[in-house]
Design a protein around this ligand. Structure first.
Ligand code: ATP
Ligand code: MG
Length: 569
């Protein structure tokens, strides 16, 4: 590819609407163009990277015996009604009508369609197991599309679905997929950690997320892990043993106390000269349009996914102040479970509340709290709290550590969550009908591209792992008016192409500095520069990853290039 012909526009500045470094670099280096919020055109450079990731995914999936197919992106409501998800899937499901007024949607995932296709074709246990996959666009009308390709509305996913006659066989395939996933991400140059996760709207019980651990701040997930054993879990699933179990506020009797304008936990603790862990905090939510109060020890935070699961809800959001008055008859800042009508409001107690004595709670009246309160008997405590670093590992009791992670893939044991409601069955050895036992396995292909940039970049631009770089080499003649330089650069370029090495020739009439900047920004793994030293028969070979520069003959540069690409890809 000649740089003068490449359909790319690099920018001098970072876009000002981007926070994540991968978003900034993808835009500035000309990989993506925004069409609308969370919706991007993948320009040729990006498309090459996506093709490389997709091919790695294909090779590894095919090696496990999975078969590729392609399902419709626009889907009729019927299949979704059959599984029961049409009503319950949140606003991420973009619903629309066709010209005949039929309800349709843009596919956020494909469990419904694949289950219906397979149940048409597979009738007998003899035809199972089966694993099929596709690589395709998905649409999720995310509430907060952000970080460019990390959380888009339209994005590319590999999704695989497996069908089995027994839980054991599903578990066997799950392990096969786990290995394939590790191989896929390793080949993309990305080390991943498989962590226990929450199954969210997809459902099912056992699931793992494949996380690229980053120190850049954009990983949207906190991952808790233990150095001493193999425990690791996404924050929405992590559990811990708390160092402090019992707290006592020291108040001798229960009474209502004036606390004018003292609303926050910190202010309350100061006001009473107690620790925050002697306050029982109430956090009010709306879940699936109904009110709930979550009670938790003052020094702890609610983990909303855990809360959502405990409420068996599909959507939750914090309650607005006016709703606190209307639905609870209380005042924001002074809420508690005392006197709340539990036939109308669901009240949950986090397990941290269990060890509390003589504590402080809101009095559900303006400017008043109750001190010296104790919990009623027979409370069912639930785990709805966010784990904090330093709390103890549930497996080996050593302190947990935390890091940020980007979820690039996900594997689930679904069981019969879709096959049972959709009546998707096979006949077993005894002629009996049973719903398929299913698994599903996703990889965010476009997110993986962005995650690679989060992991591999420097002040000058992207540092692509060779295996997924858009091109391997950028050949740069320093002075395009110098015949000798142009001739040698062309020869090197042609030779590399003939060896199957993906090369770009920067034949633009720009200053060398401009070309070097673009080379670094775009992130070619190798740059071969043909400049003045060609008089001594030497060119410059620069490795992007470590910045190393060496002078070599054109022939040596070509061989070094071949070796580097073969070794790293
Ligand atoms: P998240 O928790 O990040 O919203 P998810 O768990 O809902 O994702 P899955 O249904 O498991 O996503 O989808 C499989 C993979 O698709 C994810 O592991 C992720 O890599 C990718 N993915 C999901 N949502 C997005 C998105 N909005 N933009 C880009 N990639 C996404
Ligand atoms: Mg997921």
């Amino acid at each position: 590819m000649k740089m003068s012909k490449l359909f790319v526009q690099t920018l001098r500045e970072f876009p000002n609407d981007a926070e994540a470094i991968s978003h900034k670099l993808l835009v500035r280096a000309g990989f993506i163009k925004k069409l609308a919020n969370g919706i991007y055109t993948y320009m040729p450079l990006a498309q090459r990277v996506l093709n490389k990731i997709s091919n790695i995914v294909r090779e590894e999936m095919n090696a496990t015996g999975a078969q590729e197919l392609l399902m419709p992106f626009v889907q009729p409501a019927e299949v979704w009604q059959k599984s029961g998800r049409w009503q319950v899937y949140g606003k991420e499901l973009l619903r629309c009508k066709d010209r005949h007024d039929n309800d349709m949607c843009l596919a956020p995932t494909h469990e419904e369609v694949i289950t219906s296709v397979v149940s048409d074709v597979i009738n007998s246990y003899k035809q199972l197991p089966l694993n099929v996959y596709q690589i395709q666009s998905k649409f999720r009308d995310e509430i907060r599309p952000r970080f460019g390709l990390l959380r888009g509305r339209e994005f590319i996913m590999k999704d695989a679905y497996s069908f089995h006659t027994s839980q054991e066989d599903l578990e066997r395939e799950y392990a096969v997929m786990a290995t394939a996933y590790t191989n896929i991400f390793n080949r993309c140059g990305l080390e991943t950690k498989a962590v226990q996760s929450d199954s969210g709207a997809i459902g099912g019980s056992v699931s793992h997320e494949y996380m690229v651990l980053t120190d850049t701040a954009v990983g949207e997930n906190d991952v808790f892990y233990c150095d001493c054993c193999d425990y690791s879990a996404n924050s929405n699933h992590a559990i811990s043993i708390l160092p402090v179990q019992e707290t006592d506020g020291g108040f001798e009797k229960e009474e209502i106390v004036d606390t004018p304008n003292v609303k926050t936990i910190e202010d309350l603790a100061k006001f009473f000269n107690i620790e925050t862990n002697c306050i029982l905090k109430a956090v009010a939510y709306i879940y699936d349009s109904k009110p709930a109060i979550a009670m938790i020890r003052g020094d702890k935070e609610i983990e909303e996914t855990k809360l959502m699961n405990a409420l068996n809800a599909l959507e939750i959001r914090p309650m607005e102040e006016f709703e606190v008055e209307e639905l609870l008859g209380s005042i924001a800042g002074f809420i508690s479970h005392r006197g709340i009508d539990t036939s109308k409001v669901k009240v949950l107690f986090d397990k941290t509340a269990a060890g509390m004595k003589n504590f402080v709670i809101g009095a559900n009246q303006k400017d008043k709290h109750i001190v010296g309160a104790n919990l009623e008997e027979n409370i069912d405590f639930v785990d709805i709290s966010l784990v904090k670093e330093g709390e103890f590992c549930p497996k080996c009791k050593k302190p947990l550590k935390v890091t940020r992670g980007i979820e690039v893939g996900n594997i689930f044991q679904l069981g019969t969550k879709y096959s049972a409601p959709m009546n998707a069955c096979y006949t077993d050895e005894n002629g009996k009908l049973n719903p398929y036992i299913m698994g599903c396995y996703g990889i965010g292909v476009s997110r993986t591209m962005a995650a690679a940039i989060e992991k591999y970049h420097d002040d000058f631009g992207i540092v692509w792992p060779v295996a997924i770089a858009p091109y391997h080499v950028d050949v740069v003649p320093v002075d395009v008016n110098n015949e000798e330089q142009v001739k040698v650069a062309n020869e090197i370029y042609e030779k590399l192409l003939s060896m199957g090495i993906e090369a770009v020739l920067d034949d633009r009439a720009d200053r060398a500095g401009v070309k070097f900047k673009d080379a670094d920004l775009i992130g070619f793994p190798v740059r071969i520069t043909v400049g003045k030293t060609i008089n001594e028969g030497l060119v410059e070979f620069k490795t992007r990853a470590n910045g190393e520069m060496v002078k070599l003959s054109p022939q040596e540069a070509i061989i070094k290039c071949r070796d580097y690409v073969c070794q790293s890809a």
